[in-house]
Design a protein around this ligand. Sequence first.
Ligand code: SF4
Length: 362
Amino acid sequence: MGWERLLEVARDPVANIRARVEREGRPLAIAMSSYVPLEVLDAFGCSAVRWGPVCEDFPRADGVMQAYACSFIRSALEMLLSRNLPARLVATASGCDVITAVPGMLSVARPDLATAHLRLPIRVDGAPARQQAVRALVAFCEEVRERLGAPLDLNRLDQAARIRQEVRSRIAACFAGLASGTFSAVPAYGAALAAQSMAPEEWLAAFPGASALPSGDGVPVLLSGETVPSLEVIEELQSLGLRIVADDTNTAAREASRRVHLEASDLVEAIAVSLADRPWHSPERLVPDRPAAVAARAREAGARAAILLHQKFCDPCAFEAPGLAAALREVGIPSLVLELDRQRGLTGGQRTRVQTLLESLP
Ligand code: SF4
């Protein structure tokens, strides 16, 4: 139990998912975007997980998709094509091109696998975005119902929304503790990574509650990016002398920032609105002041540098990087892009670049 269990799951999420499916005996639903609300998949009676890990070799995925797609999606496809996990449903959300193409690819490569796509608005501010999010989530629920042949259980949705929100709140608190020094990065990211694949009840039972393992020394940095591919990356960054004090990744603080109005009369609508109103969006949504907001968070947390952790071929990150780097520079924070490909950790060259950045700081 406790940290040991959370870190064990964070290091080997696939083994945990396999054991969980066997234990729970429910259909496995895999979400491939932080914008797919797992509580909805819980309420369809699924064991719901978010895909996160990156593997180093994906021969089957290479056979069905173009070469310029990120390793995150290739890894997920490899796992599905190799039937390494007993998936029943794959849920995607509109965002980047590659994720939007996944249902089409699976319809050819794994026609036995059900898919459902959440067509969220790209521009997320204002009332029209919320209305579109509600329409999209209702259509998504209908698609899941048809594909699984199971109804949405509203009682289960209420319980799932509450418990998942509790998990997100505790993860957000871990990351808030990075800046104040009451938490260090490895347990914080371990908790976030474990939450992607554990049942929320099990996660809450394992989560130690009180803040522990305070942060050590190191140069304070912001970590931004889509997917944290493994806990090893965090450990490597720490071993190079960095101390992560602010997070802007989908794996952690972005997803954990979503809040559902749990007392709303229509919970499906409230969940949809929470997706449009998520405070910390990803670069695949149109949020005009995102770079300035990220830079402000970095400055408030006391970051002296920023690491932009990109998946190779990730267009949203690549398009955002110059604006984000400029916004960070304006508040006196230099940044470094580390582009990860088929690897769970950093290459020797990337480690050297991090060291060079640290040496160049005033
Ligand atoms: S890492 Fe980038 S390219 Fe890959 S699925 Fe996420 S947003 Fe799309």
